[in-house]
Design a protein. Structure first.
Length: 331
């Protein structure tokens, strides 16, 4: 293959993994393609910039660019504008990529007549603690994050690609990332790609390892923020979202309505609403328990018993975030 690949990596306080991430960029087997790496940093307050600057001194194909807006969507646009490649890979800083990741995505792009391709995303917790194990189990379980999450999505043509490699022409044809979205900018961009008549593809011939928070507080916060921006996205551009994004919100709304009617029912001596409330909660815990029994990794009695409660908390955090997003005035 001939040409140039531009890797765009947006960073903000990524000192934990930035070295390993950049090393995985440098290790890419590109089969003759040239490589440039553009790190777009949002004025990190940890050692991220210092670490990246050390790489720029050692490797002439690595550049550090400033993102004064700090937000991810602005950083991506800066990186795309700075890119000179025929292919542009939008790769995250908390992820480590197989050495054939970019090459396989480009090869699959050509085989499937797609404009953008991503590899299989494997969620990994860099911790041996029980809390870290539980975080991994929540984020890799179809009941926890749905079967349509980028962590569980199947191989084949898709409506979304995460950690994608694109042909540069797509940015020329449909524009850059929507800076209105602090999150869900991928959903918006992918939907515009599909609307323009192009194909997206997810391949399992290569993979990357995504390292989320290894604390329960961290992933519940992650769930809340994602839910919040789902609520904002529903108001700004509802066609970018899918039904599974709102299942936790529907669950939370159902609980709130049943709680309200249970209080009202108490005054008029009818106990049907509160019975239904307990039934809905019991069904959620039962389903969570069934999925917990099916786990293959970190399968211990302690984890199986804990997961139904953690699934419940994760969904409540997510759904509550969506409710707050819907009630928040968006600019």
């Amino acid at each position: 293959m001939n040409g140039l690949v531009s890797i765009v990596c947006v960073t903000y306080n990524e000192e934990r993994l930035i070295d390993k991430t950049i090393e995985s960029f440098l290790a890419q087997d590109l089969n003759g393609l040239d490589l440039e790496i553009i790190v777009v940093d949002g004025n990190s307050e940890d050692s991220t910039r210092k670490k990246v600057e050390a790489y720029t001194k050692r490797f002439s194909n690595i550049r550090l660019v400033n993102n004064s807006e700090r937000k991810n969507q602005f950083g991506r646009n800066i990186g795309v504008k700075e890119s000179k490649g025929d292919y542009i890979a939008i790769l995250g800083a908390h992820t480590i990529y197989a050495k054939d990741y970019v090459r396989v995505c480009i090869e699959e792009m050509q085989k499937t007549d797609s404009i953008g391709v991503s590899g299989k995303v494997i969620t990994t917790i860099d911790s041996n603690s029980n809390e870290g194990q539980l975080c991994e189990l929540i984020l890799t379980n179809k009941f926890g994050v749905s079967g349509e999450s980028f962590r569980t999505v199947k191989e084949g043509y898709t409506s979304m690609v995460n950690y994608p490699v694109f042909k540069k022409e797509i940015f020329e044809k449909i524009g850059l990332y929507n800076t209105t979205f602090h999150r869900n900018q991928d959903n918006d961009f992918n939907s515009r790609v599909i609307e323009a008549g192009f194909k997206l593809y997810n391949t399992w011939k290569t993979e990357c390892r995504y390292y989320p928070s290894d604390t329960l507080v961290g992933i519940f916060s992650y769930a809340y923020k994602n839910g919040f921006w789902n609520g904002i996205s529903l108001k700004l551009k509802p066609d970018t979202m899918m039904v599974h994004h709102y299942v936790p919100f529907i669950f939370v709304l159902t609980l709130l309505l049943l709680i309200a009617t249970s209080v009202t029912g108490g005054f008029i001596k009818t106990y049907f609403p509160i019975s239904l409330l307990f039934l809905v909660i019991a069904l959620h815990f039962f389903t969570g328990f069934i999925f917990a029994l099916g786990i293959k990794k970190h399968k211990t009695i302690k984890n199986i018993l804990a997961l139904p409660f953690l699934f419940f908390a994760f969904h409540i955090s997510y759904g509550w975030g969506t409710l707050k997003g819907l009630l928040t005035k968006s600019s």
